[in-house]
Design a protein around this ligand. Sequence first.
Ligand SMILES: Nc1ncnc2c1ncn2[C@@H]1O[C@H](COP(=O)(O)OP(=O)(O)O)[C@@H](O)[C@H]1O
Ligand SMILES: [Mg+2]
Length: 359
Amino acid sequence: MTANSVEIRGLDLAFGAVEVLKDLTLEIPEGEFLVLLGASGCGKSTLLNCIAGLLDITGGQIFIKDRNVTWAEPSQRGIGMVFQSYALYPQMTVKGNLSFGLKNARIPKAEIEERVARAAGILQIEPLLDRKPAALSGGQRQRVAIGRALVRDVDVFLFDEPLSNLDAKLRADLRVEIKRLHQKLRNTMIYVTHDQIEAMTLADRIAIMRSGAIQQLGSPDEIYNRPRTKYVAEFIGSPAMNFLDGTVTERGFIAADTTIPLDGYGWADGVRQGPAWLGIRPEHVVSGELAAGKSFRQEITVELFEPMGADTLVWTTLAGQPFHFNLDGQHKVATGDRMTIGFDAARGSLFGKDTELRL
Ligand SMILES: Nc1ncnc2c1ncn2[C@@H]1O[C@H](COP(=O)(O)OP(=O)(O)O)[C@@H](O)[C@H]1O
Ligand SMILES: [Mg+2]
């Protein structure tokens, strides 16, 4: 017995001669909200479909609640799935859509009523029960699609980019609702997205995928603060991390005529000198008087700025390379302004130029 809800061991999946997933192993504890994050085509849906039993895997094993389901039918796996396309039956009412699967499973009528009422209550779609999908907004349709998974009383929920078809405002609203749903139900949820904000806000742990493999598996905090590869560092964070091209020497990180001290840097595997990238998040840069407290300071010229309300993104050049940072929104700024900025490289990330792995 383990406390894992879902366990994937050495999973291989190929479409013909094309290997999409190779020897993938992943353990998901009971009740975890796990997000699979990665660029389009990296294999997220394929992995989810393997767990759901919609694809026959080439090798490896899948366990759900300690039961080997590698060859079990989708309906026998105790999973509920929500897709990007809502896939509701257009001729049925919301209530019909919610109860359809239960009727097929020959669940007694009274229990169907009870489960539908409960799901409708949780998702606040009671007033919509008699409408047909055509009379619902995108957000309402997606709520019904989630409801259809909810009524099935499953162990594990699988979501495949459920919010991608919605506009930005609705996406943010429904994101919060999905988080609330998880807090209430405490089911295991596996959620696929290419949106790093969704991943950061929803996940207990994020698995960042690239070319069918997991590059890093960790809490949002670990992934944000200690990205294991340059790829992960680039993928997470908005605005994106700065990468300065230079060399680690005994005096610090040197880029052109600029030396940036590395005091206090948490080396992954001891000090490593040589060509490297120094990654600095724009939000970790301070300006003016605050810069005085930082181990690296430099006077810069504002080349361009983007007001974003709460803050302003400023573009400049540092060590001959493009560099951007956040300024407090109350701060007035103009092109050509000179200002002192500062940061601690200890808070940044170094990546070897050869391997692009964290140093
Ligand atoms: N049925 C299929 N036949 C052949 N190749 C496929 C099939 N489904 C997906 N692929 C390929 O597998 C890779 C991963 O696809 P997918 O899992 O859908 O990516 P994601 O969901 O991360 O965008 C892609 O290169 C895609 O072209
Ligand atoms: Mg996909």
